[in-house]
Ligand binder design. Structure first.
Ligand code: IMP
Ligand code: MG
Length: 184
């Protein structure tokens, strides 16, 4: 059973939903009179964006990018690859990148530079989670949902070996669940 693998819930479903509504209200104000393009970073940012956009009161469009970093499953190596790019040019658009978590900062730093080079009217970032103690690259983040300690978390879009993205809360797994590794 999936729930037997959970050691601890760090952020409950209620806390997540309340914070997402707050962020959506702030973002709606920040983009008043504009029509931003929300770019979710696949796959982890999908659950967050799906909830966030339902609470936005402004018109907006959505698109997706997929990145991958070389290296072990729970560590970002600093080398980022683009696996899926945006469908349209973003020149002149107000772009809001929607990420699940900023850890070392490598992914968002790379994405930010890549998107800025395409001359959007503005580029802002919202990250649901941040692990400040892990930061290696300083990336300006406009909105952060929650700061969390240096622990590998799952749920609400975040995975371990592609599992647990569907959990409605943010949790830490039991050591056995991490040790077991990917399903075969
Ligand atoms: P960064 O490039 O080190 O900032 O890492 C960003 C990416 O690593 C995120 O988009 C996640 O996919 C993944 N990641 C970092 N920390 C965690 C975690 O605790 N659980 C699940 N995925 C994580
Ligand atoms: Mg991941």
């Amino acid at each position: 059973m999936m729930n037997d693998d959970i050691a601890e819930i760090l952020i409950t479903e209620e806390q997540l939903q309340r914070r997402v509504r707050e962020l959506a209200a702030e973002i709606s104000i920040a983009y008043a009179g504009k029509e931003p393009l929300l770019v979710a970073v696949l796959k982890g940012g999908v659950v967050f964006m799906a909830d966030l956009m339902r609470h936005l009161t402004i018109h907006h469009a959505i698109d997706f990018m997929a990145t991958s970093s070389y290296g072990a499953a729970t560590e970002s190596s600093g080398v980022v690859r683009i696996l899926k790019d945006l469908e349209e040019p973003i020149e002149g658009l107000d772009v809001l990148v929607v990420e699940d978590i900023i850890d070392s900062g490598n992914t968002l730093d790379y994405l930010r530079r890549l998107l800025l080079a395409r001359n959007p009217a503005s580029l802002r970032i919202v990250a649901l989670l941040s692990k400040p103690s892990r930061r290696r690259v300083n990336v300006p983040i406009d909105w952060i949902g929650f700061e969390i300690p240096d622990r590998f978390v799952v749920g609400y879009g975040l995975d371990f070996a592609e599992r647990y993205r569907n959990l409605p809360f943010i949790a830490v797994l039991k050591p056995e669940a991490y040790a077991r590794g990917p399903a075969v």
